[in-house]
Design a protein around this ligand. Structure first.
Ligand SMILES: [Zn+2]
Length: 237
């Protein structure tokens, strides 16, 4: 029985390694996918902000143009003010000048507010651009990492599967079946060591008589708590 337990322990070691590798191999691409989604989202936000900046830039140029045109109109109207002949004409031209001045002031105020908003948006744009570059670099690195891990693990999996086959061939089929049956139902762990009378997997104390039997290792025993195949691990002091 001791030899069979030894084989099972080796088998469990290989299976656990294989499980861990396969899990990492599937987790990597999932993480990468998530990172790519976040990058896409950021890219969309940045595109929107770039469009906003462009729109504000156009508005700014329009306002500046209007202000300049109004300045010219004001100057012209003020020039005419010197040449008017009647009081009525004077009043009308004066009103024109006042209206133009008011329109210009409004446009200047709008321009000021717009420039402030534009400045803020440009800062956000700069930050997002940097963040996006960082995310893209991260994706690239992760992509390379996933590929590297896959290549390395695939090689190891082939080797371990070969070892596993050799060990499994030496285990009686019925026992192997039992091992696999438990493994399927116990998170991949069919075996548990018992240290100082306690099952390492579920931490149940093995009854004293059973613990004595376990140390003798004459028959295959299972943990009363988790039903895993148990074996005695001598205390290391
Ligand atoms: Zn247990």
């Amino acid at each position: 029985m001791k030899d069979q337990i030894k084989l099972l322990i080796q088998l469990q070691g290989i299976d656990s390694s294989l499980d861990a590798m396969r899990q990492e191999m599937s987790a990597g691409p999932q993480e990468l996918e998530q990172m790519k989604l976040e990058t896409d989202e950021l890219e969309q936000r940045l595109t929107q902000i770039q469009a906003n900046v462009a729109e504000m830039g156009k508005k700014k140029r329009d306002l500046e143009g209007n202000i300049e045109a109004d300045s010219e109109s004001i100057e012209k109207s003020q020039g005419r003010l010197q040449q008017v002949k009647t009081n009525r004409e004077f009043k009308a031209t004066q009103k024109e000048v006042d209206d133009l001045k008011k329109r210009k002031r409004d446009a200047e105020e709008q321009l000021l507010a717009l420039m402030e908003e534009l400045e803020k948006t440009e800062i956000t744009q700069k930050e997002l651009t940097a963040e996006l570059a960082e995310k893209k670099t991260g994706c690239q690195a992760k992509d390379e990492d996933v590929t590297k891990v896959n290549i390395s693990f695939e090689k190891q999996i082939v080797e371990l599967t070969e070892d596993k086959g050799k060990i499994a061939a030496a285990i009686p089929p019925e026992l192997l079946h039992r091992y696999n049956f438990i493994r399927d139902r116990r998170e991949g762990l069919a075996l548990a060591g018992v240290v100082r009378g306690t099952c390492e997997a579920c931490h149940l104390s093995i009854p004293p008589q059973e613990f004595i039997n376990l140390q003798k290792a004459e028959s295959l025993m299972t943990c009363p708590g988790c039903q895993r195949i148990i074996y005695w691990e001598p205390d290391i002091t």
